[in-house]
Design a binder for this molecule. Structure first.
Ligand code: AMP
Length: 370
């Protein structure tokens, strides 16, 4: 079940709020998080395995941690919980932390973390994500349960695939049979043709102004907090993004080549302004639904990303949610065309640190920590 909220509150009550340190695993979006923490006046702690990793941060003095915890294995973080707490550390989770520790270990990490660590359970399986996102009013790509029913392009995703490695596209059952690794757990989704946009939102349950999320179900009639759009990216994926240069899928197969979807970088984008209201509607529904996922759910807290494809009918199809900071926010260390409208130089990393800063000032830090 992981660490319970009452215990986290006890730890926080013992923290010296004038000495809070922001701790992060040195990877993924750590430069942005460390830089943002520093902008908001926090001490910072980097957690790393391998001297080379630490040395690399010398190249970025604007983000270099004030202190390091060097480990032989990231799972040793679990044994350092008391040490972290003695230093008033709040850990900012990101994709690499969850991957290195494992989702269950992360839930059991006995250190205060930013956001709602329990929501990551809902993020961890495609079936749970679908339940959550559809409940929130998002349209998702159709799932094909029986491969015999493949009629048109599909994408086959393996459960344990890291960063899209090993996914493949099939046009019919024969194609599927030829490529599938039957030993692995997989999902078959309709292949949605369109442009990909990764929408980076932030939900602040402590704010009472701005675009307020309306509660649903047991929370109907309540304003749950403020929804913000911080930025948007599109991933570069190797090799599918450059695949077309060698000809058609058929030509490529003749050369024994298959497209792959391995993320190598991120590009900043904006979408047509007329698509923004629908983007907010989907994000609002997703946040509202997160409060009803289970009994007493504290809902989505902080940054999350809706990963979408916009078709030529100008419809969004949401294929995934990340319930934490995404690396796609890295192009925006200096702000984005969306966040600049409200405040210049506001990255997601800095927005997290700002949230912790206001939590300290208004003495409601425990509202945004788990
Ligand atoms: P995911 O692991 O679900 O984030 O997917 C990785 C990549 O596969 C995405 O960034 C897209 O390029 C592609 N992709 C995933 N789902 C679909 C889909 N239903 N239709 C088309 N492309 C997809």
């Amino acid at each position: 079940m992981g660490v319970d909220y009452e215990t986290v509150q006890t730890w926080l009550a013992g923290y010296d709020s004038s000495q809070i340190t922001i701790g992060v695993v040195a990877s993924h979006s750590s430069l942005q998080i460390l830089h943002g923490a520093r902008q908001e006046g926090f001490r910072t702690l980097g957690i790393a395995v391998g001297e080379n990793r630490r040395r690399f941060y010398k190249a970025f003095p604007g983000a270099e941690p004030d202190e390091w915890l060097m480990l032989d294995d990231y799972r040793e973080m679990l044994d350092h919980a008391e040490w972290f707490r003695s230093k008033n550390v709040i850990i900012i989770p990101h994709g690499s932390l969850v991957e290195y520790l494992g989702a269950t270990n992360f839930r059991n990490l006995e250190v205060p973390t930013f956001g709602n660590r329990n929501i990551l359970h809902w993020e961890s399986s495609r079936a749970l994500q679908r339940e959550w996102l559809e409940e929130g009013g998002c349209t998702m790509p159709k799932v094909i349960e029986d491969p015999h029913n493949i009629a048109g392009p599909v994408i086959v995703k393996y459960a344990g695939a890291k960063g899209g490695r090993g996914y493949f596209i099939a046009r019919d059952y024969r194609d599927f049979r030829r490529n599938v690794d039957i030993e692995e757990e997989f999902t078959i989704q309709e292949y949605v043709l369109g442009c990909r946009y990764y929408l980076h939102f932030f939900f602040d349950p402590t704010a009472t102004d701005g675009y307020q999320v309306q509660g649903r179900g047991q929370h109907a009639g309540k304003n749950l907090g403020r929804l913000e759009l911080l930025s948007m990216d599109r991933r570069d994926e190797s090799n599918v993004d450059e695949f077309y240069k060698l000809g058609s899928l058929r030509d490529l197969r003749e050369m024994d080549l298959e497209p792959s979807f391995v993320v190598t970088g991120n590009q900043p984008v904006v979408i047509r302004e007329s698509l923004l209201p629908r983007a907010f509607e989907m994000a609002e529904g997703t946040v509202a639904a997160s409060f009803n996922l289970e009994e007493g759910s504290r809902g989505m807290l902080g940054p999350f990303c809706l990963e979408t494809i916009v078709t030529d009918q100008l419809e969004f199809k949401v294929f995934e949610i990340s319930a934490r900071i995404v690396a796609g926010s890295n192009p925006f260390v200096g702000g984005s065309p969306y966040s600049d409208i409200n405040e210049r130089f506001m990255s997601t990393g800095r927005r997290i640190a700002r949230s912790i800063r206001s939590g300290i000032e208004s003495e409601n830090l425990d509202d945004i920590i788990s």
